[in-house]
Design a binder for this molecule. Structure first.
Ligand SMILES: C[S@@+](CC[C@H](N)C(=O)[O-])C[C@H]1O[C@@H](n2cnc3c(N)ncnc32)[C@H](O)[C@@H]1O
Length: 270
C-alpha cells in the first residue's frame, strides 16, 4: 500500500472526512485529496503529525509492516495464556498507592496477553494497553470480554508510538528492553511528560548481568537489556518509592534460566 492508501484507510477507520483530517493537520482538503489519489506526498515533517492524528506510526504510514516479535507471537497463538491470567504482584502495590477512588487512567505498555490491563480494568481503572503482538492483543480483548470489562487494546511499537493524552499510571513489565537505546531518553521524557501530577510510572525492566547468560537466542532479537540501575537515573527528578533489583529463576520456553530485573515505582511531584 502506498502512503495515500494508508492515509485513506486510517482516515476512514476513524470516520473522518478529508476536510476533518485537513482541519486537524492545518492543511487544505485538496492536499489530503491529492495524497490519497497519489498525486502528491505529504511533507516529511508532517509524517509524525499525520501518524499521531490517525492513531498510527510513521513507519505504518510508509507501508512498513510491523515487525512482530515471532517469539511471543508463536506463544500467544496458543489458547493457553502464556503468562497466565494472574496479575503481576506490582499491580497490587500500584493499587494501594493510587486506589481507584476517582476515575484514573492507566496505560500498560507491552501488555502481552492483557492480564495486568484487565486486572486494572476489573478494579475500576480506565485502561489503555498496547503491544507489538497482534496475537497478544487479540487474547487481551478476549480476556476483557470474559470479565465483562472494557480495555482500549491496540497494536503499536513502543519505539514509535507517541501518547496523545495524559495518564495517572504508566505501567510496563518486561518490555523496556525492546526499546532501542537511542530512544531511551526521548521516550522516558515523553512518558514523564504525559503523566499527571502525582501520577506513577511503574516499570520492570530486564537488566544485563555479566554472570547471567541469556540462553534463548530468539529472545535476543531486537532486545537491548538496560544497565543495572539505569532506569532509576531517568527518574532522578521524581519521588522514587521502589528501586529494587531482583534475580529470579524462570522456566519460560521450557528451559530453566535466570533473569535480572530492575523494579521501579516513581511518583511525579505535584
Ligand atoms: C516479557 S513479555 C511481557 C508481557 C506483559 N507485560 C506481561 O508482563 O505479561 C514482553 C512483551 O513485549 C512485547 N513487545 C516486544 N517488542 C515490543 C515493542 N517494540 N513494542 C511493544 N511491545 C513489544 C512482546 O510482544 C511481549 O508481549
Amino acid at each position: 500500500m502506498n502512503i495515500g492508501n494508508v492515509i485513506m484507510t486510517k482516515r476512514k477507520e476513524l470516520g473522518l472526512t478529508q476536510q476533518a483530517l485537513a482541519d486537524k493537520l492545518h492543511v487544505s482538503f485538496q492536499a489530503v485529496s491529492k495524497w490519497e489519489k497519489g498525486v502528491s506526498y505529504p511533507e516529511i515533517e508532517l509524517l509524525p503529525i499525520i501518524a499521531g492524528v490517525l492513531n498510527t506510526s510513521s513507519d505504518a504510514l510508509l507501508g512498513y509492516e510491523f515487525k512482530t516479535h515471532g517469539y511471543y507471537d508463536d506463544r500467544y497463538k496458543e489458547d493457553e495464556y502464556y503468562w497466565g491470567i494472574q496479575p503481576n504482584e506490582i499491580c497490587y502495590e500500584i493499587m494501594k498507592m493510587k486506589p481507584p477512588v476517582k476515575p484514573l487512567k492507566v496505560l500498560d505498555i507491552g501488555c502481552g496477553e492483557g492480564k495486568d490491563a484487565v486486572f486494572f480494568a476489573r478494579n475500576g481503572y480506565e485502561v489503555t494497553a498496547f503491544d507489538l503482538s497482534i496475537d497478544g492483543i487479540e487474547k487481551g480483548k478476549r480476556l476483557a470480554e470474559k470479565f465483562g470489562v472494557n480495555v482500549d487494546f491496540f497494536q503499536a511499537d513502543l519505539n514509535d508510538y507517541r501518547l496523545k493524552e495524559n495518564y495517572d499510571i504508566i505501567f510496563s513489565s518486561g518490555v523496556f528492553d525492546y526499546m532501542r537505546p537511542e530512544f531511551r531518553t526521548e521516550i522516558t521524557e515523553h512518558l514523564k511528560e504525559h503523566t499527571n501530577e502525582e501520577g506513577l510510572n511503574a516499570i520492570k525492566v530486564f537488566v544485563d548481568k555479566p554472570f547471567i547468560e541469556v540462553n534463548d537466542k530468539n529472545k535476543k532479537v531486537n532486545r537491548y537489556p538496560w544497565k543495572s540501575g539505569e532506569i532509576f537515573t531517568y527518574y532522578h527528578d521524581w519521588e522514587l518509592f521502589r528501586m529494587d533489583e531482583v534475580i529470579f529463576d524462570c522456566n519460560s520456553g521450557g528451559m530453566p534460566h535466570k533473569h535480572c530485573i530492575d523494579i521501579m515505582i516513581a511518583k511525579k511531584y505535584r
